[in-house]
Ligand binder design. Structure first.
Ligand SMILES: *[C@@H]1O[C@H](CO)[C@@H](O)[C@H](O)[C@H]1NC(C)=O
Ligand SMILES: *[C@@H]1O[C@H](CO)[C@@H](O)[C@H](O)[C@H]1NC(C)=O
Ligand SMILES: *[C@@H]1O[C@H](CO)[C@@H](O)[C@H](O)[C@H]1NC(C)=O
Ligand SMILES: *[C@@H]1O[C@H](CO)[C@@H](O)[C@H](O)[C@H]1NC(C)=O
Ligand SMILES: *[C@@H]1O[C@H](CO)[C@@H](O)[C@H](O)[C@H]1NC(C)=O
Ligand SMILES: *[C@@H]1O[C@H](CO)[C@@H](O)[C@H](O)[C@H]1NC(C)=O
Ligand SMILES: *[C@@H]1O[C@H](CO)[C@@H](O)[C@H](O)[C@H]1NC(C)=O
Ligand SMILES: *[C@@H]1O[C@H](CO)[C@@H](O)[C@H](O)[C@H]1NC(C)=O
Ligand SMILES: *[C@@H]1O[C@H](CO)[C@@H](O)[C@H](O)[C@H]1NC(C)=O
Ligand SMILES: *[C@@H]1O[C@H](CO)[C@@H](O)[C@H](O)[C@H]1NC(C)=O
Ligand SMILES: *[C@@H]1O[C@H](CO)[C@@H](O)[C@H](O)[C@H]1NC(C)=O
Ligand SMILES: *[C@@H]1O[C@H](CO)[C@@H](O)[C@H](O)[C@H]1NC(C)=O
Ligand SMILES: [Cu+2]
Length: 718
């Protein structure tokens, strides 16, 4: 199955490559790192092909409004940029954050991300260099459970269709939903600085790289505006782009602005454009389809509905959940929400609607759920929400707070250490675009270019507002308060150690400890089955503060980010670095990120014909893309040829060895790979609990406009 998918996708890739600037109608393989079950692993040739992503600046025109500079992944959009959504126990240098876990990848250089895929879930890789995700560097990573491992909550979704649900899940389609601007991130950020504004006004909402720019009439805007918008804008109402004006004090702060420095099309002038609607084709005979909404956008919180279909949420931000049958899902920036859709409607097309989920703008994007054999949009189609995101029917929305992990996880009943954050615009800076997650201090983007914290001895790093230090095994509480008058919701994302969302409420958090808050308002807390996730959006508040408490256990040592996933807030400083497990600090191997050439690190030079799966002597050219086994001196338990693992004693690849080893069983081959570049597998493995993978992702990348860069992103599944 994986093999045929790869073949199909390769065909798409070559198509897309010849039509570089043309809108895409499909996702290329570089955007989906294949899910594989443990039984597949290296039992077939196709499973051992490394994923390599060549990220380069190019141009794209996803809305038909005009081309702009974007970062292409192997020549196509959509793609994104940093590999981070996941735990990586053994390789904290593969998390993709410049200044924290690696050096930024410079143009023409490469970095190989490699980690053990030991947790099931839907993830995505994306750039973590400044706001580069807004330039399009992203893609999906699906990790399936190992054979014999845990199964998803399929039985409780539909006990009579477990096999169909499993099949649907195995074909889960990513829907990248995102705001889109004609400006590159660097241009966008320059406009924010020049005008002293925090821009939350999009040109379009795109789905899998395509969309249109819709412009509403003044009457439509007025009709869709919530009554309080007039009040919020001093009577002005929304702009012609249906955005809060640039001088809205409640969201921009009461600062001196230079509105003249802001191009008119950023907030005010709307120019319509038209492109296709992304079409997801489904077969009624399958009974169910599975899809994963992934918000790869810069600042727009989104929500989605599918006409005439309910959705059953079963996986949320890296963890299966007890199923929720809903009409609408909310997708904060960085969120992945996987749903089953029961294909029980008449054969036709049904609109997928993706709307902004905030007061900042009235805007939607559209896709199509198309049953095979359809002749067009269903005549009986009933939209659940309007272009402006207003309910048109009585709906049940997804409730993230009730997304109980499946199977259950154990949450610590008390914390060893508590941090109190007060999310707000950076005090005393006078800048609408500068933010603090911690409350007093912002995290500077300049840190991206510094020595990664992971490379430092923790004893030489002082704990500060923006660098926290924890010990292995501790339970950590992070209390996040957001202050009004408009407490904007923030999609907070944590790298590595996932967290439980144990409590939330409106008003100020007035207790000195979480335990005291629990005692005062038990109903605001859940220490039984709280969500266990890597991302969660704080509560919005109007004329009131709100608070959210995350609790996590330090299990993976490394330098990790906790940050708002809105790229505008993140690049404005809304982040802290956490040095987790300073008492068990990892040593970064000298060959971290190596891809054959150079000595490792992101300073390595790209060599397209040479990918080393593990430690690899400089310039030897040995590894999965090598021909033959590459080791002439010892016994050999297997060999590679042209990127394909040939297994032990295979003459096609073993000419350079004495072939004395007897080889490992397929079960042993699912274990971790300790190759010295010669195709030998170690026995430190087990087949039941984990899927082992080498996965490269186009993570952090240091590029300048229109400079080519290349990332080696070998995803080598063993
Ligand atoms: C991306 O392109 C490189 C060559 O530039 C190729 O080796 C690789 O297989 C491609 N990756 C994918 C995932 O198609
Ligand atoms: C990466 O893509 C750029 C732009 O398409 C191209 O010029 C370059 O040759 C590619 N590099 C590799 C190694 O494929
Ligand atoms: C806006 O709301 C505030 C508080 O509810 C109220 O005092 C004020 O009069 C309102 N302003 C306008 C212009 O409606
Ligand atoms: C903005 O600040 C000025 C002075 O700094 C003050 O006079 C004015 O009332 C403030 N406006 C709002 C809406 O807070
Ligand atoms: C996409 O869907 C929207 C909403 O139904 C519709 O207005 C638009 O015309 C569609 N675009 C195309 C190209 O069919
Ligand atoms: C839509 O309805 C749901 C459920 O009643 C409610 O929670 C939500 O606030 C409504 N949304 C809007 C935009 O009216
Ligand atoms: C990578 O290069 C930069 C200079 O561009 C240097 O400061 C850094 O030490 C290098 N990293 C390693 C690990 O060699
Ligand atoms: C080849 O394999 C043998 C046996 O594992 C090992 O001792 C030797 O270091 C390897 N040589 C190279 C060049 O990798
Ligand atoms: C290895 O040797 C055999 C027998 O001489 C030959 O058929 C095969 O093609 C060789 N393989 C490679 C990779 O050279
Ligand atoms: C065997 O390995 C050596 C050194 O890596 C290489 O030069 C030679 O071409 C290889 N021979 C074959 C038949 O693969
Ligand atoms: C090959 O596998 C056997 C066990 O099956 C092991 O004893 C031997 O050390 C392995 N050889 C190498 C070079 O790893
Ligand atoms: C299997 O491997 C994983 C990852 O290395 C490890 O956490 C787990 O304990 C192992 N399980 C068994 C049964 O050995
Ligand atoms: Cu934010």
């Amino acid at each position: 199955m994986a093999g045929s998918r790869f073949t199909r996708a390769l065909a798409v890739l070559s198509l897309a490559t010849v039509a570089l600037a043309a809108p895409l109608t499909s996702i290329n393989e570089a955007n989906i790192l294949e899910r594989r079950a443990a039984s597949d692993i290296c039992s077939a040739k196709s499973n051992c092909i490394p994923f390599t992503i060549n990220a380069s600046w190019g141009s794209a025109n996803p809305t038909g409004a005009g081309a702009r500079g974007v970062i292409l992944t192997n020549g196509t959009l959509p793609r994104s940029s940093t590999p981070n959504e996941g735990r990586r126990t053994g390789t904290p240098w593969s998390d993709g954050v410049p200044g924290l876990s690696q050096y930024a990848i410079k143009p023409g250089k490469s970095y190989m991300y490699r980690w053990t895929a030991d947790e099931q879930g839907a993830y995505f890789y994306h750039s973590h260099y400044k706001g580069q995700i807004m330039d399009g560097l992203y893609g999906a990573i699906f990790i399936s459970p190992a054979d014999g491992g845990e199964e998803g909550p399929f039985f409780s979704v539909d006990s009579s269709a477990v096999d169909k649900l499993k099949l649907a899940d195995a074909k889960n389609e990513p829907l990248f939903v995102s705001d889109w601007s004609k400006y590159t991130f660097d241009e966008f950020y320059a406009i924010e600085q020049a005008g002293n504004v925090d821009i939350a006004c999009a040109d379009s909402i795109i789905i899998n790289g395509i969309g249109s720019q819709y412009c509403l009439s003044q009457d439509q805007i007025t009709a869709m505006s919530a009554p309080r918008i007039a009040n919020l804008t001093g009577g002005k109402g929304y702009t012609k782009k249906a955005c809060l004006p640039a001088d809205t004090v409640a969201t921009q702060g009461n600062y001196t602005r230079n509105l003249a420095a802001i191009p008119a099309d950023v907030f005010d002038v709307c120019t319509p454009s038209k492109n296709k609607n992304y079409t997801l084709s489904v077969s009624k005979i399958d009974g169910y389809a599975a899809l994963t909404f992934i918000n790869t956008g810069g600042f727009s919180l989104l929500k989605a509905t599918i006409d005439n279909h309910r959705m059953i949420v079963y996986d949320y931000n890296g963890k299966w959940t007890t199923p929720q049958t809903v009409d609408q899902v909310a997708i904060g920036n960085g969120d992945r929400v996987s749903v089953f859709v029961k294909l029980d409607q008449p054969v036709a097309d049904y609109q997928i609607r993706v709307s902004n989920n905030g007061l900042n703008q009235l805007i939607s994007g559209f896709g199509v759920l198309s049953y095979k054999g359809s002749f067009g949009i269903s005549a009986s189609s009933v939209p659940a929400m309007s272009f402006g995101g207003v309910n048109l029917t009585t709906i049940v929305p997804f409730a993230p707070a009730k997304a109980a992990p499946f199977p259950a996880e154990t949450v610590g009943q008390k914390a060893d250490k508590t941090y109190f954050f007060n999310i707000q615009k950076l005090p005393n800076a006078g800048h609408a675009y500068e933010w603090s997650l911690q409350g007093n201090t912002g995290y500077s983007m300049n840190n991206d270019n510094g020595t990664p914290l992971l490379y430092k001895d923790p004893s030489t790093v002082l704990e500060s507002d923006i660098i926290l230090k924890t010990n292995m095994g501790q339970w950590i509480d992070i209390v996040m308060q957001t202050t009004g008058p408009i407490a904007q919701p923030h999609p907070i994302h944590k790298h590595a150690n996932k967290f439980f969302v144990i409590g939330q409420g409106t008003g100020s958090f007035n207790w000195p400890t979480v335990a005291q808050a629990q005692a005062a308002i038990p109903s605001a807390f859940n220490l039984v089955n709280p969500p266990y996730v890597d991302g969660y959006t704080t509560l919005p508040g109007e004329n009131t503060a709100t608070w959210t408490v995350f609790r996590y256990k330090v299990e993976i040592a490394g330098a990790w980010f906790l940050h708002c996933h809105m790229q505008t807030h993140f690049s404005g400083g809304m982040a802290v670095a956490i040095m987790d497990g300073v008492d068990k600090w990892p040593t970064v191997p000298s060959d971290a990120g190596t891809s054959c050439q150079g000595s490792g690190t992101s300073n390595s030079t790209w060599n397209p014909s040479c990918y080393c799966p593990a430690s690899c002597p400089a310039n030897t050219g040995k590894g999965p893309d090598d021909t033959g086994s590459g080791n002439t001196s010892g016994g050999n338990n297997g060999s590679w040829k042209n990127g394909v693992w040939l297994g032990p004693n295979n003459p096609a690849g073993a000419n350079n060895t004495s072939s004395s080893g007897s080889g490992y069983t397929p079960e042993q081959q699912t274990g971790s790979y300790s190759s010295n570049g010669n195709g030998v597998k170690s026995s430190s493995s087990n087949s039941t609990s984990s899927l082992q993978a080498y996965t490269g992702t186009a993570s952090s990348s240091h590029v300048s406009l229109f400079t080519a860069l290349a990332l080696t992103v070998a995803a080598l599944v063993l």
